[in-house]
Design a protein around this ligand. Structure first.
Ligand code: ADP
Ligand code: MG
Length: 740
């Protein structure tokens, strides 16, 4: 009784050929942004003064003047029609991961019994999607299901198939954010204002500080036939069972290997589509685990980068299907091998250059560099628990702290050069740091930092927040996550640190001004900055850690340092409601207490639902896939034993059946164990389901339901080893991971 389906899908997957991808005749530079209403198209399709206003809105954050909306909509509509577009949609990012859209066609009644195509400024700027089925955490109960989506003109409109997609925020009628984009825009505004003010200590000409994000997206590809034969992958995004493949990533041969042809064809098509949509994808390579890959663009302004990541994730899924694959974005689709993350490379830059780049040219620039590094660390230190909450999810929890990707403790790796620089500023006799040259000049004797050396810093792969030359790399972000969550918290935390820094520096300047009168206040300012900087270098020391983040000693040490070492996902979410978090988000205008509370309801509810679905799938698969198959195989063995007994003398028959008898027994105990564990799992779920409070329910799911997963899986994986391969119904790890 061979398992027909499994062998069939394996056979088919094995024979698949790479899809021919039609190569565009133009160069990438020519089709880049082809499907985006970017500046070039605005210039072409909008009246001059409307174009100027749009540029002012995009570059300088000027208010969008509603009177130009009609003209913009008309231009967009013309461009879209020329590209075969018939529908438009407000494209937004609800609190479920992913994006939402509702398509409307351009057609309207013309009042004379016919139809005309119309797209007014009003439709561009604001819509009222029926928001009742998006999670809102009780901000808006379903009967007053009115939220509205509002155009974000800083992220350009683009075309997917026959639809014009308009990036929007999604807000309730009472003004609360129901999405990721609204608080992100507020956090980016906060960091811009705070950082610009601090920049003015060094250069009054700075107009604006931009937050940048370059994400590196990891993912797995699995043949779609094999995927379809795995109900767990299909329904939960991860395998809930499956014994290790004899060979997995131990040879490290996948990382260095060439990209398999079928995958290369997928990547080529993905890149063409991404470039047409203005996503500047640049890098592609194999990752460490078999069938794991990465794609990364050139970094962009954070809001745009977030949109582009959301867009790329949905593109990946579409293009993968065309190539007979499924793209797995789950953080941990397979046990025992690496999971997937999404490194968030983050930096700040002014209209005149990158702020986190060690310039090593003038003392002022070096000091400014040190200030931005240290204040970033201050934000990360103060809100380390909250930052962990910002990247935590039911799915990412499998990856964090699991001895591979970043540990579940946020710390920052600075490398030797930068550590020396900060130590130097902290410890040097303060007067030694300055040599006053003449009246207004100063010589800040911070060792000049050679750019090259910093770029070459030894890379600490275990650090969740590592300095890598001109940016910090936040590595704990999950592959499936909306980067906005991490970016809202990080940018807000840095904004708060900078506001705080500036307040203390200003106060200090007035305190010491008298001492530096003859230097027209200039030196007082730098002395004040150094004073506060040294205070902060000392304060945020607990967050600096260059050692091995996976070690047990670090867990102990981190707890001693007062860092957040909590590992339970639903408990970690509580950090959003800490007084310090509410204070930070509300004082910066990023999120109110009410919004934070509502969003946490959604987080807890989502967590519970995910574990609930996994528990059901695991229960079903155990009872209707695994136990029946194991029992059938057991009966086969029993028949064999019986036949032995009728053929041979009892003693000889027993001897010849020894192995089968052992397996028969093992199957009996393991299936029995599975059955009783599944029963316990179901009762634990029933108890948890009775809890009304979402917070406590999520904790119950974490503490009493989730622990069964590994216990049940262990039994199933052992069965996989002893049951005849020909009967095993589910594609095995060696098939899922090595066929491409
Ligand atoms: P790796 O970390 O694997 O060496 P890369 O050096 O290619 O990868 O960079 C990873 C990402 O970091 C890319 O998206 C890149 O554009 C981005 N990046 C580079 N410099 C900055 C910066 N100053 N700010 C933000 N992102 C940056
Ligand atoms: Mg990287």
């Amino acid at each position: 009784m061979a398992n027909a389906l499994r062998f069939q899908v394996v056979g088919e997957a094995f024979k698949k050929k790479p899809l021919e991808v039609e190569q565009p005749t133009e160069r990438p530079a020519d089709y880049f942004g082809k499907r985006v209403f970017n500046r070039e198209k605005m210039y072409k399709y909008l009246p001059k003064e409307v174009y100027q206003k749009m540029v002012d809105v995009i570059d300088n954050g000027a208010q969008l003047d509603r009177t130009i909306a009609n003209a913009v909509a008309a231009g967009m509509k013309q461009w879209a029609s020329e590209n075969g577009v018939t529908h438009y949609t407000h494209w937004f990012q609800p609190l479920t991961e992913g994006t939402a859209e509702k398509h409307d066609s351009f057609i309207e009644h013309d009042g004379k019994g016919g139809m005309i195509e119309e797209f007014s400024g009003k439709l561009l700027v604001q819509q009222e999607p029926d928001a009742s089925s998006f999670p809102s955490g009780g901000i808006r109960s379903t009967f007053e299901a009115r939220g509205y989506s509002a155009w974000d003109p800083t992220s350009p409109v683009f075309i997917i198939d026959d639809t014009l997609c308009i990036p929007t925020v999604f807000i309730s009628y009472s003004g609360e954010a129901l999405d990721y984009k609204a608080p992100l825009l507020r956090a980016l505004h906060a960091v811009n204002v705070a950082a610009t003010e601090v920049c003015h200590y060094f250069d009054p000409a700075v107009k604006k500080v931009t937050s940048n994000l370059g994400w590196e997206q990891e993912y797995f590809l699995v043949d779609e036939g094999l995927y379809a034969a795995r109900p767990d992958l299909l329904l939960t995004g991860r395998t809930l069972m499956g014994h290790d493949s004899a060979k997995n990533q131990q040879m490290d041969d996948h990382y260095f290997g060439s990209i398999p042809e079928r995958v290369a064809a997928f990547m080529r098509e993905l890149e063409i589509e991404a470039l047409e949509l203005g996503i500047p994808v640049k890098t592609r390579h194999n990752e460490v685990a078999p069938n794991q890959f990465e794609v990364a663009p050139i970094f962009e302004e954070t809001n745009l980068a977030v949109d582009h990541n959301m867009l790329l994730m949905s593109l990946m899924k579409r293009v993968a299907r065309k190539h007979g694959f499924r793209a797995l974005l789950h953080e941990k689709p397979f046990a025992g091998i690496n999971g997937s993350g999404k490194h968030n490379n983050w930096s700040l830059s002014t209209d005149t250059g990158v702020l986190l780049h060690a310039p090593g040219k003038t003392p002022e620039q070096n000091l400014r560099f040190a200030v931005f590094i240290v204040e970033t660390l201050m934000g990360v230190w103060k809100h380390n628990g909250l930052l962990k909450a910002s990247i935590m999810s039911a799915t990412n929890a499998h990856r964090l702290g699991a001895n591979e990707a970043p540990p579940a403790i946020i710390s920052s790796f600075l490398g030797k050069q930068l550590t020396e620089l900060l130590d130097n500023i902290e410890k040097a006799d303060k007067e030694d740091l300055f040599r006053i040259d003449g009246k207004q000049g100063m010589k800040l004797d911070i060792t000049e930092i050679p750019e090259l050396l910093i770029d070459n810093t030894d890379r600490n792969r275990t650090s969740p927040f590592a300095f890598t030359g001109n940016r910090f790399e936040f590595r704990a972000v999950g592959s499936e996550a909306n980067c906005a969550s991490a970016m809202i918290t990080l940018n807000a935390a840095v904004a708060e640190a900078l506001v705080n820094f500036k307040a203390r520096v200003d106060k200090r300047i007035t305190e010491i001004a008298d001492q530096y009168k003859e230097n027209s206040g200039h030196t007082a300012k730098f002395h004040a900055i150094i004073d506060v900087l040294r205070e902060d270098i000392r304060a945020c020391k607990p967050i600096r850690f260059d050692g091995n983040g996976y070690s047990d000693e670090w867990k102990e040490e981190a707890a001693k340092r007062g860092l957040d070492v909590e590992t339970s996902c639903p408990v970690i979410f509580e950090r959003y409601l800490d007084a310090s978090s509410i204070e930070m988000f509300s004082s910066l205008g990023v999120m109110t207490k009410k919004e934070l509370e509502a969003r946490n309801e959604v987080k807890w509810e989502t967590y519970t639902k995910k574990i609930q679905i996994e528990a059901r799938v695991l229960g079903d698969l155990s009872m209707n896939h695994i136990i029946p198959v194991a029992t059938r195989y057991q009966s086969q063995l029993l028949n064999n034993v019986e036949n032995m007994r009728t053929t041979f003398a009892p003693e000889k028959a027993n001897k010849l059946s020894a192995r089968n008898l052992k397996i028969i027994e093992e199957i009996a105990t393991r299936t029995e164990t599975i059955e009783s564990l599944v029963e316990e799992l179901v009762s634990a779920r029933k108890v948890a389901n009775k809890i009304e409070d979402e917070h406590l329910k999520a904790i119950a799911y974490h503490d009493t339901v989730a622990p069964y997963f590994d216990k049940i899986r262990r039994q199933i994986d052992k069965l996989e080893l002893i049951v005849d391969d020909a009967c095993w119904p589910l594609p095995k790890y060696r098939e899922l991971l090595f066929i491409r």
